[in-house]
Design a binder for this molecule. Sequence first.
Ligand SMILES: Nc1nc2c(c(=O)[nH]1)N[C@H]1C(S)=C(S)[C@@H](COP(=O)(O)O)O[C@H]1N2
Ligand SMILES: [Mo]
Length: 181
Amino acid sequence: MSARLTSAVRRRTALFRLALIAFGLAALPVTAHAADPLPAPEGPVILTVSGSIAVTNSPEGAAFDRKMLEEIGLTELSTSTPWTDGVQVFNGILGRTLLERVGAEGSVVMASALNDYTVEVPMDDFRNYDVLLALDMNGAEMQVSDKGPVWIVYPRDQVPALQDRKLHERWVWQLKALQVQ
Ligand SMILES: Nc1nc2c(c(=O)[nH]1)N[C@H]1C(S)=C(S)[C@@H](COP(=O)(O)O)O[C@H]1N2
Ligand SMILES: [Mo]
């Protein structure tokens, strides 16, 4: 083999290796923490995630007490809602963050409430928008008598496309479970 040909082959091999590495990196999960084990809840379980998830801590799936949700990280969202007067200040966990924490893989999340209301929420809602699983409203824990313990709140004031009656059914209050499909 001529020297020129050999170096061309070497270059190609090097490129191929680089491509393999790049492919390998791209195949890694985006969520570095998804594999971290989840401790068992100590307080009352307020939210359970089940279905197509990688991380569980109970036979039912991933069960969270309030403290566990707080520790994953609270986010503030101020928005009006169709069910309240004026702008409310919500605090809670981003749906996206919770789903990443349990290694959720799917296209649909079935959201169920304490009153057994269930609705499909597209996974893309959580990917594309800062949809909050709200725990507090105006600095106070939401009670079951007032849309607690968890309310799915869309950033409606921030994103005009979300000011749509057709989305109202996804604003599940008294949320108790998310099932990833
Ligand atoms: N927990 C719970 N959340 C719910 C519902 C429900 O029955 N239970 N209904 C949904 C639907 S279908 C809509 S349209 C709105 C209902 O809002 P309304 O009570 O103002 O009609 O809330 C949504 N969130
Ligand atoms: Mo509805």
